[in-house]
Design a protein around this ligand. Structure first.
Ligand code: CU
Length: 740
């Protein structure tokens, strides 16, 4: 059997008397790993790009290198197995300092890839080195039966690179997710970022069909920031909406940029396996849980089934085989709508479980959130902790005990989510794109609010935040009510939010100056005061949360052609002969172009999630590469079949939708006419979007961003051609392309 699958260091560590990293009780917030300059060169450009660079994270990881040559940013990125540790607060976790060992695929050797910064107009060259071993049991013609790989899933060591949200070419060696980069090879990617590319928060991740979920949930993902320095200039006849970047106004009166923090949320679904490497059928067949070994024969339902039990990582002994935390069995570790809720694992922030970030009161900061998980909803809340007499040490020491479900009650007690404790999040960008106005995402029950900050896998959210006074605050993933969760006992229901609130991080506010009164006014007045150079109407806009002059997209004109809208109907069709994971009635075939459209035209799309049988309807997450889309409307389909928009004439959620705890309409409340690249598609809703296939021709994909669904077939190829009326499928001269 493959010796590279064995983890020598665990046993070496045991032998060496467990000389594992000592950690303080409080785990400090760490910024994402940064690129290391290649060679001694340090240019002004490089320094500017590395604006957010702070000392490397505490753990030593290989990281990746960067060199800048004029407008060319050269990055060398290696996907490799990386050894690291992650905090596990489970009371019975046997590892020293509760640090579980990990052996996971990652970009650059940390738990997430390095932050890659670029400017519009740059050429980003990424030499992707696939350092994963060639010996890949998931890529055999007959993979081990204990893996129970669904059709299309496998070849976990075959990779590629997707720049999620970037408006770049999908072809050749650019954002081409149809490529297979084989183990022990490398590939020179080149992304030409257009001069008119909006600034914003994007990300990159592995996207090879069949290995996407395993690789992303292991750590083959990182943040990609397009920095913007284009100031506002007045419109002209030739250029009615000149490109401008909101980055240029986010500074203090002295011109110092607002402090920014990146939060890369990962759901690393690691487990420790019990099979020795020489086991017949391979080592990745059964994993340790509190209810015994979990394997493909475990009953899928029932409270005592290992399939619904917390995962454990025992110390290995000679008679008690245990691997470090790995992600090698798709079926057991990823392929279930409820597994993330029951397995006890924590959503981490920049590779750290429940970090503590320390910031001063009254300081306006820009926080950039990226949901890099593969399956589960995060309902992000900032909550002021209520000092409990003699019992607020859990926040001070970050000493909440037990796994996620066990500590939930204590978290709820310390950080109750109430109208008077919620701290507003002022969203300025969704999926990286500056919105036309600042949205207050304080919470659904707060009258002035525009909804809650729900993040689905693939979403980004940029917010401005200010903490009014000293004390402890909680970054929460708020629990979803049962009606908004998948029910493993019946197989029905929507969404995959946690059954109990999870504490994602602790905010310790100390020093600075307290702020009283309305925080939105405080932020908007500060931006106004800091930008006297702006023309009066634009500057006044800042004071009212109006970002229209900065927003890269205002409104898309309706389609020129009178045609039926395009459809993306997501369904788990258990009656299908092939894979049940389908869009528009088919599962993914890399050799088929499912949809052909013409470049520089606009389409309306209707997105929906159904099921066959209809009770199997679950929500899915629509993502399209290359071009963003505008959310035009969200229609609720009532039980009697009536269709009703969730929005009133001002684009706010209607009163009868907001308190609707039975539906998930609240996830869409702040989205009316916003531009995004990823959107939740709830069953019993139609999501109407509009998109323009701007500039780029070529073949790319639409898919469900629940990435295990994507691997299992929930993806389609779309090809954008120069002129659909031309022969050869719109591509002109025959023979220019293989025929499908
Ligand atoms: Cu899906």
């Amino acid at each position: 059997m493959n010796r590279s699958l064995v983890r020598p260091f665990v046993f070496a560590a045991i032998a060496a008397g467990l000389s594992l990293p000592a950690v303080a009780q409080v785990r400090e917030f760490e910024p994402p790993p940064t690129l290391v300059p290649a060679g001694p060169q340090a240019t002004a450009k490089l320094n500017a790009l590395m604006l957010a660079a702070k000392p490397s994270p505490s753990e030593a990881c290989e990281q990746a290198t960067v060199a800048v040559d004029g407008r060319i940013v050269n990055v060398t990125l290696k996907e490799m197995y990386a050894d690291s540790f992650i905090f596990n607060p489970a009371t019975d976790d046997p590892w020293p300092n509760h640090m579980d060992p990990l052996h996971l695929r990652s970009y650059g050797g940390c738990k997430q890839g390095p932050l890659i910064p670029v400017y519009p107009g740059d050429t980003l060259r990424v030499n992707l080195i696939n350092d994963l071993p060639k010996d890949d049991p998931t890529c055999l013609p007959n993979p081990p039966a204990g893996l129970a790989l669904p059709p299309g899933v496998g070849c976990f060591n075959t990779i590629n690179l997707h720049t999620h949200g970037l408006h770049v070419s999908p072809s050749g060696n650019s954002d081409n997710v149809l490529l297979n980069i084989l183990p022990q090879t490398q590939f020179p990617y080149e992304f030409n970022i257009p001069e008119d590319h909006p600034a914003g928060t994007f990300w990159y991740h592995a996207h090879r069909h069949g290995s996407t979920a395993v690789d992303v949930s292991s750590g083959a993902a990182g943040i990609l920031v397009v920095r913007g320095n284009r100031p506002y200039t007045p419109p002209t006849k030739e250029d009615p909406h000149p490109i401008a970047d909101i980055d240029t106004v986010l500074h203090d009166p002295a011109g110092k940029p607002l402090a920014e923090q990146f939060f890369f949320f990962q759901q690393l679904a690691y487990a420790c396996f019990s099979n020795p490497p020489d086991q017949v059928g391979g080592p990745w067949q059964q994993l340790w849980t509190k209810n015994g070994f979990y394997n493909v024969l475990s009953p899928p339902t029932g409270k005592t089934s290992p399939a619904n039990s917390e995962w454990t990582c025992p110390l290995p002994t000679k008679d008690n085989y245990a691997t470090p935390g790995v992600l090698e069995n798709f079926q057991l570790q990823l392929f279930s709508a409820s597994i993330w809720d029951t397995n006890g694992r924590f959503t981490s922030v920049n590779g750290v479980v429940q970090p503590t970030i320390t910031i001063p009161a009254g300081e306006i900061q820009r926080w950039r959130f990226v949901h890099a998980g593969v399956h589960d909803t995060i309902n992000l809340q900032l909550v002021r902790a209520i000092p409990q007499v003699g019992s607020d040490t859990a926040l001070k020491d970050s000493s909440f005990k037990g796994n996620r479900l066990e500590q939930a009650d204590e978290v709820q007690h310390e950080c109750p989510s109430l109208p008077e404790t919620l701290v507003p999040q002022f969203a300025i960008a969704s999926d990286g794109l500056t919105m036309t106005r600042i949205h207050n995402l304080e919470g659904l029950n707060v009258p002035s609010s525009d909804g809650a900050n729900y993040l689905q896998p693939g979403y980004r959210s940029d917010i401005l935040v200010v903490f009014p006074e000293d004390g402890y605050y909680c970054l929460l993933d708020q629990a979803a009510p049962q009606s908004q969760r998948f029910d493993p006992s019946t197989g029905n229901g929507g969404g995959s939010g946690p059954s109990k609130a999870q504490l994602l991080g602790i905010i310790h506010v100390v020093g600075g100056h307290p702020v009283t009164g309305d925080l939105e006014k405080y932020i908007e007045d500060s931006l106004y005061a800091a930008n006297p150079q702006l023309p009066a109407p634009v500057r006044d806009g800042l004071r009212n949360g109006d970002l229209t002059p900065w927003a890269p997209f205002i409104d898309l004109a309706p389609p020129e052609r009178r045609e039926e809208p395009q459809q993306a109907n997501f369904a788990i069709n258990t009656a299908a002969s092939g894979s049940p994971f389908q869009i528009n009635g088919v599962s993914y075939d890399p050799n088929v172009v499912n949809i052909t459209r013409q470049v520089n035209t606009t389409d309306d799309w209707i997105l929906q999630a159904t099921g066959n049988p209809v009770q199997a309807a679950e929500p899915h997450i629509f993502h399209i590469h290359v071009n963003p889309f505008e959310v035009i409307d969200v229609i609720h389909i009532l039980p009697d079949g009536t269709q009703q928009s969730i929005y009133d004439e001002h684009g706010h959620c209607t009163k009868d939708i907001v308190p609707d705890s039975q539906g998930l309409a609240n996830q869409y409340c702040g989205m009316w006419h916003t531009f995004r690249d990823t959107i939740f598609v709830e069953n019993n809703y139609y999501v109407k979007i509009r998109t323009r296939y701007d500039r780029y021709i070529g073949e790319y994909v639409i898919h469900c961003h629940i990435l295990d669904h994507e691997d299992a077939g929930m993806m389609l190829n779309i090809e954008i051609v120069p002129d659909a009326a031309q022969p050869n499928g719109g591509l002109g001269m025959p023979g220019m392309k293989h025929l499908h």
